[in-house]
Design a protein around this ligand. Structure first.
Ligand code: BG6
Length: 497
């Protein structure tokens, strides 16, 4: 794919994301020779910064770039930094964008970016529509000369109705084909590999259905707590922060039907269909039996005291916001009818890991009684992170008399395959948007379908009778109550075990 000359205009450029993720991703693209010949980054926000100060902040003096710069010479780094510019908007995002439009036009002429602009909104979602409106007033959504694209960050909405409003708000000013909704999990190689595993092989797909799969388990665990994001997190919680977006994206790739081709629309059409087939939990009893939320409580990990969630800065001391969510659900379609899915996400777990476990059914007839450590069902474990790879667990004969069966592993590590640089999520996603490929971005109907499933859970957790927020100590695999959720099919696979 060709990356055309263009300008990337980042709103909220003085914020954390720009320094921590976006500029490092751009620097890697620069190192890899992926940036177009004429390329400009224009940072925009309310802070008053000069071009130079901005370059220092996000490049030359940025702690996030130091290790990437490594032993690259000063000239090399400066040549990158000199592509960055800054424009301050004054005290409000809803203001006259005349000066900004003029700056864009001037840079475009001077540095020949061919009127191709990406507007990256790294701002709170409440500003998406406002920024879009103001850009439109300046004619900056107009594609008669050069293309215009809009990237928006998560969270995309707070619930179904706010997501719909956001979509409507953006679509007043930009066409859906111009809008790129980021979900950084889709930028992960191993998440994309789900598609390849399923649809580039003939050995998995014939088994990928209710006839051979007993249940599916997805775990996303982090060791960190809410860090400095208590204020944001307390209004969000694990369900909104991780499940509605990242985990349901993974679910959609696991359950979708084969697309006709690998084109963005074809893949996304199938993902929407998949998300629409999640069985929505309507009544309180179902919600009570199939959802668990919990918070980490003050505890000690390796001799160190760890604050409880309610003691974190920015968190309401009586908060019921979950830092752990486990959901059991079904998918109502031909392929998955009757197969339970167990998905959990949490902070302050014993290890950082994201994995998908496909549990195959046990053979219908057991010939070998002595199955030792092998508990008879085959598992395919797709490790999204870390130790990216895949693992198949199957039974083998223990050498010797009789037929003793032991568990064996067929293990593949991504690290053994790649000699070249594996792109980080933001790197890959930015490059895709720069090339106009929206495959790894969420479409409006996809986001809404995901909220449609999540909304009743959120409502129940907010208003339902008998709703509990359980506690768990940092460094354990969540509340023991979550064991009951998966009881019917066995136990959670806790990856470090
Ligand atoms: C973000 C969430 O989207 O994803 C964070 O807001 C979370 O709370 C992060 O920590 C996890 O991302 P990763 O790539 O480290 O798994």
């Amino acid at each position: 794919n060709r990356t055309e000359n263009q300008m990337l205009i980042i709103f909220g450029a003085s914020g954390d994301l720009t320094a921590r993720k976006l500029v490092p991703a751009l620097f890697n693209l620069y190192k890899g020779g992926h940036l177009p010949k004429n390329f400009v980054v224009l940072g925009v926000s309310r802070s008053n910064l000069s071009d130079d100060a901005f370059r220092k902040k996000v490049v030359t003096e940025s702690k996030y770039l130091a290790d990437r710069i490594g032993n690259q010479g000063e000239d090399f780094v400066n040549a990158f930094a000199n592509q960055l510019f800054y424009e301050d908007l004054g005290s409000d995002y809803d203001t006259d964008y005349g000066a900004l439009a003029k700056r864009i036009a001037d840079l475009n002429v001077a540095l020949k970016t061919d009127n191709n602009y990406i507007f990256y909104l790294s701002t709170p979602p409440s500003l998406y529509e406002i920024v879009s409106k103001n850009l439109t007033e300046q004619g900056l959504n107009d594609e008669s000369q050069g293309w215009k694209r809009l990237i928006v960050e998560k969270p995309f909405g707070y619930d179904l109705s706010s997501a719909k409003n956001l979509n409507k708000g953006l679509q007043k000013y930009f066409k859906e084909s111009q809008i790129y909704r980021i979900d950084h999990y889709l930028g992960k190689e191993t998440v994309q590999n789900l598609l390849v595993t399923r649809f580039a092989n003939s050995i998995f797909e014939p088994l990928w259905n209710r006839n051979y799969i007993n249940h599916v388990e997805i775990t996303n665990a982090e060791t960190v707590g809410v860090e400095k994001r208590g204020g944001y997190y307390d209004k969000s919680g694990a369900l909104r922060d991780m499940f509605q977006n990242h985990l349901l994206q993974i679910v959609s790739l696991v359950i979708m039907e084969p697309p006709i081709g690998s084109d963005a629309e074809e893949i996304r059409n199938e993902k929407v269909k998949a998300l629409k087939s999640l069985r929505i939990m309507k009544d309180e009893e179902t919600l009570y039996n199939n959802t668990i939320r919990a918070q980490y409580v003050a505890s000690e990990v390796d001799g160190e005291k760890v604050k409880g969630y309610r003691e974190e800065e920015g968190v309401d001391p009586e908060s019921t916001t979950e830092t752990y969510a486990a959901i059991k659900f079904f998918v109502d379609n031909w392929r998955w009818s009757g197969v339970p899915f167990y998905v959990r996400t949490a902070k302050r777990m014993p290890t950082k890991v994201t994995e998908v476990v496909i549990h195959f059914k046990t053979p219908h007839h057991q010939i070998f009684k002595d199955s030792g450590a092998f508990n008879k069902d085959n598992k395919l474990i797709i490790r999204i992170q870390p130790d990216e790879g895949m693992l198949i667990k199957f039974g083998v004969k223990v050498p010797g008399q009789g037929f003793k069966v032991e568990r064996a592993n067929l293990d593949f590590y991504y690290s053994s395959l790649v000699e070249n640089h594996v792109m980080e999520a933001y790197e890959r996603l930015l490059l895709d948007a720069m090339q106009g490929d929206a495959t790894l971005y969420a479409r409006a109907d996809e986001v809404e379908a995901a909220w449609e499933f999540v909304d009743p859970i959120l409502n129940y957790w907010k208003n339902g009778k008998d709703v509990r927020t359980y506690g768990y100590s940092a460094g354990v695999w969540g509340p023991t109550n979550a064991d009951e959720l998966i009881d019917g099919v066995g136990m959670w696979r806790n990856p470090s075990e």
